[in-house]
Design a protein around this ligand. Sequence first.
Ligand code: PLP
Length: 450
Amino acid sequence: MDEPTREELDEWDRRIVWHPFTQMAEYEPLILQRAEGCTVVDVDGNRYLDGTSSLWCNVHGHCHPRLDAAAKEQLDRVAHVTALGCSNPTTIRLAKRLVDIAPEGLSHVFFSDDGATSVEVALKMAFQYWRQCDRPRPEKTRYIALADAYHGDTLGSVSVSGVARFHAMFEPLLFATDRLACPNPYHPPSGVAEADLLEHAVGELEAVLADHHERIAAMVIEPLVQAAAGMIVHPPGYLKAVRELTRKYDVFLIADEVAVGMGRTGKMFACQHEGVAPDFLCLAKGLTGGYLPMAATLTTDRVWQAFLGNYAESKSFFHGHTYGGNPLAAAVALATLEVFEEEQTLKNMQPKIARLAEHLDRIKTMPHVGHVRQCGLLAGIELVRDTSTKEPYPWQEKRGIRVCNHARTEGVLLRPLGNVVVIIPPPAISLEELDRICQAVENGIRAAVA
Ligand SMILES: *Cc1c(COP(=O)(O)O)cnc(C)c1O
């Protein structure tokens, strides 16, 4: 078959490929062909710095020699082995490694293939646990989740998510969830000062738990940062308080670290910033350094034990994904963890985190910048029509998109969340590259609010 022409690629991409979260009637193809380090290159040879880590996934850069070699070596052995009643050495080694580095008590690993499925697995495991543990409590069937949460796009994960613009339409298909306000320092509830936000949010949680814990199976949370909600950073201490309260009321804590895990916040797992060990830890995105689809749900021995029994008791976890635990993905995930050590990734992130903070300090003073927030190498810049009243720009004005369109003309790829400009470079970014990304953001904001 002949190679398609540049025009054919463009035309097929508009007409045949259905892109996620994309209005196809307005879609303008951006066709990336190759990459090296933190730079991606399109079919016309244009080079862009990857300011989104390929949608929050990439860690050590693209085409990293160690990760490439790990994939190729595994390819010479076997590309896929089912995990249903079967195993392979690479996936076993990865499970062992994850358990070794995870917060205390997380001693078992269930593999799937995407962030949404890692959450779906945790929700179902928690539910099933309460039906078949030693002293069953089958009335524990509900979940607590935060407003504006994002846990993925399968129906179970959407049920605990709360981004109205994406999810309201599917309401009739979803199960009911007990919803708490998102502790957002820029928009505290009316009558609550920012300094009192933590106490207020913890009080609200305790009230719900005190009244309803008998029927609540688990609380699900994105630790420290609600990423898709607009990089909203919770007040320090909130996660720790959530852990203490869920433990007090015997409600499981599901930590969705799909976005914040794998080093993004400057520690391997966000929970470690507050010394928290959840009952379930969900990982995906950065797990393979941004190479291959893979997800993991880690859990405790307490949960594992409740699923043990005779075959005839049917206590097994009847859930699985064909590609769960795929050895090719596992080989790259294992190499990703090794590179964290070899390249001292977490230590080397510290000056980059500080540099990003310096840039944000400057950007914070620009007209129409309402709020900036940062956690490690995750940052959000919220643009508003009026900084004194916090009046938002109507989302239809696409202010965030305009910033990113401008940045692209300066060779920087970004993707906004509504009116929030997001900066998530790979942890492998250099200081000089980070400077260029932030400069493009600054110029983009100036152009977009003019
Ligand atoms: C991206 C994301 C998911 C969903 O992951 P997919 O791999 O896209 O299914 C779930 N939770 C959080 C916090 C995420 O950021």
